[in-house]
Design a protein around this ligand. Structure first.
Ligand code: HEC
Length: 108
């Protein structure tokens, strides 16, 4: 492999990093990409609670970000209703933390 094609590869990898982890990637983009929006909506209840009602319930909880992170990573059961949320294995720790923080900003 030539040096030229190696550096082209690096540029492509950097560009990919920029679009997946860059500042333009909003919480909503990430939630859509990770299929969260199949069960959740920002403002209305679907299979799971709306993200606004999650943000409201945890508004005065100092550990909210950690709790939501744990629910996203490990699953959530009986906090909102009869339907459990399975552990979200498509997200890594960083993504789960980012999603938890984003959800907490959505308070009405
Ligand atoms: C298969 C449907 C489904 C998918 C996909 C899903 N959720 Fe959920 N989610 C639920 C349900 C149902 C609940 C309520 C669980 C309960 O009652 O404890 C929930 C609850 C939650 C809560 C509240 C947890 C708590 O501790 O109060 C958060 C935050 C959340 N989901 C975030 C996400 C994120 C982020 C994703 C994507 C990575 C996601 N969910 C994907 C169904 C889903």
């Amino acid at each position: 492999m030539s040096i030229r094609s190696l550096s082209l590869g690096a540029v492509v990898a950097l560009a990919a990093l920029h679009t997946t982890a860059g500042a333009q990637t909003t919480g909503l983009d990430l939630a859509k990409a990770k299929n969260c929006m199949a069960c959740h909506d920002v403002a209305s209840k679907r299979v799971g609670p709306s993200y606004q009602s999650v943000a409201e319930r945890y508004a005065s909880d100092a550990e909210a970000a950690d709790k939501l992170f744990a629910s996203i990573r490990k699953g959530s059961f009986r906090k909102w209703g009869a339907i459990p949320m399975p552990a979200q294995n498509a997200v890594n720790d960083d993504e789960a933390r980012k999603l938890a923080q984003w959800i907490l900003t959505l308070k009405n």
